[in-house]
Ligand binder design. Structure first.
Ligand SMILES: [Fe+2]
Ligand SMILES: [Fe+2]
Length: 298
């Protein structure tokens, strides 16, 4: 049995108008409008306090590993990444206890991605390449994907490139996976909580290809974890359990995170939600939505 914490979309956010003019150009025009007119300023007010509380709560409840499924910043500003590093503190030296994968907000611009700001800020907690396989115990394996990329003004979509998809297939078909409990983690999800696919400018462009691989009966995928959609929910699709942790800090939704008790031999996952209420994280409820139908390859 292992205990895994799963949180997402913590979004360290600085006021865009405090940044230089060049830092407001291009894609960040949309982020700036979102901040001042779309409610982000209030939804992420004092977010660093909540992130500190979150990380302390994860330490206090006692888990074997903690996974963040991306969007650790709002606009990939260097200052946002600096603040993030400070919040993690000594945890940055504990890759055996923490893993963080990037979201679209951490690959917001070509500059930020080219400078590898995410990787430099998270150090050993960030995967070195994708797919990235990490053993959480002798029986439990985590496969991390990165489908985030810099986008144009009105586009937040992700994409899995052919090389990463093929490498994923090889990992899943390897005899080394046999008998293991395999978790696949990525930032983006596939469906909204109502059951319809995420829209083309918010989801993964080639999501059908990726999901077809993940639900292939020949591939031992026991659990799929993601974020990106800030309201949390879980569901089954083609026999696979999918859990969206939602945002741990966005006050526009019920912020929270999940703890999974994984029994690899029995292939069971117990889920506990911890919701942010008042000034702390407390036991909460995770929304279950009805099974979603998907025809692989379609
Ligand atoms: Fe997000
Ligand atoms: Fe996102």
């Amino acid at each position: 049995m292992i205990r895994l914490a799963h949180y997402s979309d913590i979004h360290v956010t600085v006021p865009p108008l405090g940044q230089s003019i060049t830092a407001l150009a291009g894609k960040r025009v949309m982020g700036t409008l979102n901040y001042y007119l779309g409610g982000r300023r209030s939804h992420f007010a004092q977010v660093e306090t909540r992130i500190g509380t979150l990380l302390a709560d994860i330490d206090a409840v006692g888990v074997d590993h903690a996974l963040c499924t991306g969007d650790v910043t709002q606009m990939s500003y260097a200052i946002e990444f600096e603040r993030l590093s400070a919040l993690y503190g000594p945890r940055l030296q504990q890759p055996e206890r923490h893993t963080v994968i990037p979201g679209n907000h951490d690959r917001y611009t070509h500059d930020a991605t080219g400078e590898r700001r995410f990787e430099r800020a998270l150090g050993a907690l960030a995967p070195e390449r994708y797919p990235w396989l990490k053993a959480l115990s002798p029986e439990v394996e985590l496969i991390c994907l990165d489908v985030a990329r810099p986008n144009t003004l009105l586009d937040s979509s992700g994409l899995i490139d052919e090389a990463q998809l093929q490498a994923l297939v090889e990992l899943l078909r390897s005899p080394e996976r046999r008998g293991h409990f395999v978790i696949v983690a990525l930032h983006y999800g596939f469906f909204r909580k109502g059951g319809r696919p995420d829209n083309p400018v918010h989801g993964i462009r080639n999501w059908r290809e990726l999901l077809s691989v993940l639900v292939d009966p020949a591939h031992p995928v026991d659990l799929i974890l993601h974020g990106h959609i800030h309201g949390a929910f879980e569901f089954m699709v083609s026999g696979r359990r999918v859990i969206n942790a939602g945002s741990a800090t966005d006050l526009a939704h019920q912020p929270g995170y999940n703890i999974y008790e994984i029994d690899p031999a029995a292939k069971t996952v117990g889920v506990q939600r911890r919701s942010f209420e008042g000034e702390s994280y407390r036991p909460g409820e995770l929304l279950h939505v009805p099974e979603i139908s998907f025809v692989p390859g379609s």
